[in-house]
Design a protein around this ligand. Structure first.
Ligand code: ZN
Length: 224
């Protein structure tokens, strides 16, 4: 089913579907779990619009990816106005709302590509690689920099983060992104994953929560 942006209550959002800009290392605990170095500036990559799907639908994994497709729970920012070389204040004013996404990652393939210095798209940008929740409008959130979020898999806590623990806060991250990629209305920015990444398995029941705002449930299936 074709993806479109929705509110957390399932109402359509009148913004086009665009690119997804992602930051690779924005929480120290995750940088350490993969034994990476903290970069001097944000490590950026992109997922195409075709990677987006609705997390309320089952997550359908190709059989050849089983045991190797990792969850990365991330706070997702939906943009409503364009940003290019924008100030931090302008960046905050351009946000429509906040949701939760899974930056699905084929970890073995990514490690292989990383070791050869090759681009990561085959591991992170495939169709369906970005299951996305609905969005809470920014006006309903008191402080974007103190959002608590978590992922439970089969009722067990797998990932827990808080946006206060970001290496680059949202305003700084969006401003730095806008110096490289113009952000357009309808684009999404994924803001990095905290620790707790690991392989997904068929039948896994996922619960993504933006605390005090929403929880959404999903399920992992094998594609046929
Ligand atoms: Zn990620």
């Amino acid at each position: 089913m074709e993806y479109s942006h929705k509110t957390i209550n399932g109402q359509p959002i009148q913004l086009p579907v665009g690119k997804v800009v992602c930051v690779g290392r924005n929480y120290v605990d995750h940088v350490e779990e993969l034994a990476n170095e903290i970069p001097d500036n944000p490590l950026l990559f992109m997922k195409p619009s075709t990677s987006l799907c609705d997390v309320n639908n089952p997550i359908s994994l190709p059989p050849e990816t089983l045991g190797n497709c990792h969850n990365e729970l991330e706070v997702a920012i939906l943009m409503q106005s364009p940003l290019k070389n924008a100030s931090q204040a302008d960046c905050l004013n351009a946000i429509y709302g906040v949701g939760l996404a899974l930056d699905l990652t084929l970890r073995d393939l990514q490690s292989k590509l990383k070791s050869k210095g090759l681009p990561w798209e085959r591991a992170k940008a495939f169709d369906g690689a970005c299951p996305m929740s609905g969005f809470v409008e920014v006006g309903e959130l008191a402080d974007l920099q103190s959002l608590d979020f978590s992922l439970h898999i089969n009722q067990q806590l797998r990932q827990h983060g808080n946006t206060s623990l970001m290496i680059w806060n949202l305003a700084s991250l969006l401003s730095q992104i806008s110096e490289v990629f113009t952000l357009l209305p309808g684009d999404i920015v994924l803001t990095g994953t905290p620790k707790g990444v690991g392989p997904l398995h068929p039948g896994d029941q996922l619960c993504l929560s933006l605390h005090e705002h929403f929880s959404v449930n999903s399920k992992v299936l094998v594609a046929t």
